[in-house]
Write a protein that binds this ligand. Structure first.
Ligand code: DGY
Length: 319
């Protein structure tokens, strides 16, 4: 019998085509609904490989009931939905999708920064709601981006790609990371600083760190108080890095000037959530890597990784 591959979301047939000859492939077909947990668990019991989304928990419960499982390819660069230690113990290879999404994610992150600073969403709404009556001197005046200071928290490849964009805007670039990045310091003129210094000096605080035990809840009331009142907070990493109540309070009290958020603690966020009530918050539904080219590239990479592992080869991008 052909090995079984279960894919937890509907992907284009052209992408999974290379798997069809050697493997039995099944997909969760409902486009906009994540696979229910009980179905995922049931499918995993007979699967040799899974393609998962970041909304699927790959934990001990799943791994212990998946005796044939050899590889999980997560359609994301982040893998905080996966218990890596348990996977390792079970000898299951975990693969992610780095590199293919770096520039696309950096584009969107910078776009979010610009949209928040220049009030793009508010302005769009204003004109479409028929509110534009005349040109006026300070109509929807935003804040400059060029020559300001950007502080990047998490200087991985996406952080560096954002810094590259910031350099094009003549920004002063600060970063905070677990390790120093001498190359980025040299080529982009980025300066390594402590988190406190970064918060104190940045006009734009941009979070691009992975969600780990170290970064979970990193941004609390204290961190927002430490930021400039004129500063913007941008998060394109993971929601739980931020205490959302503290962020909402900082926006409410004017401790910071605005925010650009692509990620939330609970996704999808409820439209009633306090964070969505602020005009100075630009909110996106976790789409930083979502260009057609990049998402297809990520899917192809998942397919290649699965193909490699099930054929006894080394996957391209094992975590
Ligand atoms: C990732 O890749 O981790 C993004 O958050 C989803 O594309």
């Amino acid at each position: 019998m052909k090995p079984f591959i279960f894919i937890t979301r509907k992907l284009p047939q052209t992408v999974i085509e290379p798997l069809n000859q050697e493997f039995r492939v099944e997909m969760w077909e409902k486009e906009d609904v994540p696979v229910p947990r009980d179905i995922l668990l049931e499918k995993a019991t007979g699967a040799s490989a899974l393609i998962t989304m970041l909304s699927d928990k790959v934990d001990t419960e799943l791994l212990e009931n998946a005796p044939s499982l050899k590889v999980v390819a997560n359609l994301a660069v982040g893998y905080d939905n996966i218990d890596l230690k348990a996977a390792k113990q079970k000898g299951v290879a975990i693969c992610n999708t780095p590199d293919v999404l770096t520039d696309t994610t950096a584009d969107l992150t910078f776009c979010l920064l610009m949209a928040a600073a220049r009030r793009i969403v508010e302005a769009d709404r204003y004109i479409k709601e028929g509110k534009w009556k005349s040109w006026s001197p300070l109509l929807l005046a935003g804040t400059d981006i060029h020559h300001k200071t950007i502080g990047i928290v998490g200087m991985g490849s996406i952080g560096e790609a954002v810094a590259k964009r910031a350099k094009g805007f003549d920004m002063n670039i600060l970063y905070h990371n677990r390790s120093r990045k001498p190359e980025a310091e040299k080529s982009l003129g980025a300066s390594y600083v402590s988190l406190d210094e970064l918060l104190d000096q940045s006009d734009f605080v941009v979070v691009l760190a992975p969600l780990t035990a170290e970064t979970e809840g990193l941004f609390q009331k204290e961190q927002f108080l430490a930021m400039k009142k004129s500063a913007f907070f941008i998060n394109a990493a993971r929601g739980p890095i931020v205490n959302e109540e503290a962020l909402a309070e900082a926006l409410e009290t004017g401790e910071i000037a605005g925010a650009g958020l692509d990620v939330f603690t609970n996704e999808p966020i409820s439209s009633e959530h306090p964070l969505l009530s602020f005009d100075n918050v630009v909110a996106l539904p976790h789409i930083a890597s979502s260009s057609t080219e990049t998402r297809i590239g990520m899917m192809n990479l998942c397919v290649q990784n699965i193909h490699a592992v099930l054929n006894g080869d080394k996957p391209k991008t094992e975590v």
